[in-house]
Design a protein around this ligand. Structure first.
Ligand code: AMP
Length: 214
């Protein structure tokens, strides 16, 4: 299985799509946001302040966490990156890490979505602090089975501190200025595929499966 880099505006559904790919193709889902939130849970206040304000965390911190994660054995047959790389500097550093570890870049899937549709999704978004599964209380296809507990691991669901409309605008602007240029960075290599993420979870996933060759 090829590794997959998911690129999309915040709340476009990267986490949801990554979880579906993980389940079907049995490759790990690596979210740098989740890796950073795990550092916050261990008491890192600096990261907490940056994430709460919608800014990006420093490249050195993220690259270190990411490199350690992809060196684990479960990544030997490919993995899904959700939230990384977030800017061109990270993409350049990632190319070097791949060369060092003798790994292939794989493909890039862009989840294309209208800003207002993505923003409207954050008001119902809940996630599991234990396994990272994402739910949406405003979407009947994404409800947890039991109240506000994770259907997979029965942990109480939480709302992300940065899921509010003001921080969303800041995160979206960061996406446009820092992350969207990655699409051009990768385009020349012929590995970029764009699918629409404005419809339902299943509609998005169907297109992704077509890209993956099913
Ligand atoms: P996410 O869960 O991907 O929406 O990420 C939540 C927040 O974590 C972002 O708004 C950033 O502050 C931070 N973050 C996640 N991934 C990265 C990354 N690759 N580089 C820098 N900051 C990141």
């Amino acid at each position: 299985m090829k590794s997959i880099i998911l690129i999309a505006a915040p709340a476009a559904g990267k986490g949801t799509e990554a979880a579906k790919i993980k389940e079907e193709y049995n490759i790990p889902h690596i979210s740098t946001g989740d890796l950073l939130r795990a550092e916050i849970a261990k008491g890192n206040e600096e990261i907490n302040e940056l994430i709460k304000s919608g800014q990006l965390v420093g490249d050195d911190i993220v690259l270190n966490l990411l490199k350690n994660r992809i060196m684990e054995n479960d990544c030997n047959n490919g993995y899904i990156l959700d939230g990384f790389p977030r800017n061109v500097d990270q993409a350049i550093a990632y190319d070097k890490i791949l060369e060092e570890l003798n790994k292939d870049i794989g493909i890039v899937i862009v989840l294309d979505i209208d800003k207002e549709i993505a923003k409207s999704r954050i008001s119902g978004r809940m996630s599991c602090p234990n396994c990272g599964k994402v739910y949406n209380l405003n979407n009947k296809d994404m409800l947890p089975k039991d109240g506000n507990r994770c259907t997979s691991c029965d942990t109480e669901l939480t709302r992300r501190a940065d899921d509010n409309p003001d921080t969303y605008d800041e995160r979206y602007n960061t996406y446009l200025s820092k992350t969207a240029p990655l699409i051009d960075y990768y385009k020349d290599r012929g590995i970029v595929y764009t699918v629409s993420a404005s419809g339902t979870v299943d509609e998005t996933h169907k297109q992704v499966k077509e890209v993956l060759g099913e």
